[in-house]
Design a protein around this ligand. Structure first.
Ligand code: SF4
Length: 195
């Protein structure tokens, strides 16, 4: 049996871009700053009784390949049963896809349906201002995102290369003027563009 591994991050954006994107100084700085802010917020949440950095690992098998989908949930409120993603206030659709996929993977692992929400942060002077958002008007259906990423994984295995998925990543991608994506994320929907 062949083995493959995907992160929640790559499956909720363009897997081709995730594999080939250039490492830039600006990207490294943005990642480091984001990671530090996450740490500060997670420490606050831990003191409130939240579960932090919960690993989710889920295996599927397709055409003689065992596939691991893996990620880490930023924070879980175990009392109110809410899975949270921590994001900057300028939230993207990709963030919503990630959160929906974490909820689905958690459900598949534990058989418990949790609600979902965001903890959005904004820098204000030296402090971080937090907003808890768990009354989203639109909530993805259970397993909607999981079914999307299964399609992406099948494309990958059928063609033995990471599929090009048109999404928020395209604006940072050097290939955007010449690319022929095979799939497109319209918000939370995944649609085929070509065979
Ligand atoms: S242009 Fe978009 S779809 Fe094409 S490789 Fe880049 S990120 Fe992926």
């Amino acid at each position: 049996m062949r083995e493959l591994e995907f992160t929640v991050w790559e499956l909720t954006g363009c897997p081709y871009f995730a594999k080939h994107k250039p490492v830039t100084k600006e990207g490294v700085i943005a990642f480091t700053v984001g990671a530090e802010r996450h740490k500060v917020i997670q420490e606050l949440l831990r003191r409130r009784g939240f579960i932090i950095e919960q690993a989710v690992n889920y295996y599927i098998t397709y055409k003689n390949t065992v596939v691991l989908i893996k990620g880490r949930i930023d924070a879980i409120d175990p009392v109110n049963k809410i899975i949270y993603e921590i994001k900057p206030a300028n939230l993207t659709m990709r963030g919503i896809r990630q959160l929906a996929l974490y909820r689905d993977l958690y459900y598949l692992d534990t058989k418990q349906v949790y609600d979902i929400g965001f903890i959005l942060y904004r820098k204000h002077g030296e402090t971080l201002r937090l907003s808890f958002i768990n009354n989203m008007l639109y909530k993805p259906r259970l397993l909607e995102m999981f079914n999307n990423v299964i399609e992406i994984i099948k494309h990958y295995i059928d063609r033995d290369e990471p599929p090009r998925v048109s999404c928020d990543d395209c604006k940072y991608c050097e290939l955007r003027s010449e690319c022929k994506p095979v799939l497109k994320y319209f918000g939370l929907n995944l649609v085929p563009l070509r065979k």
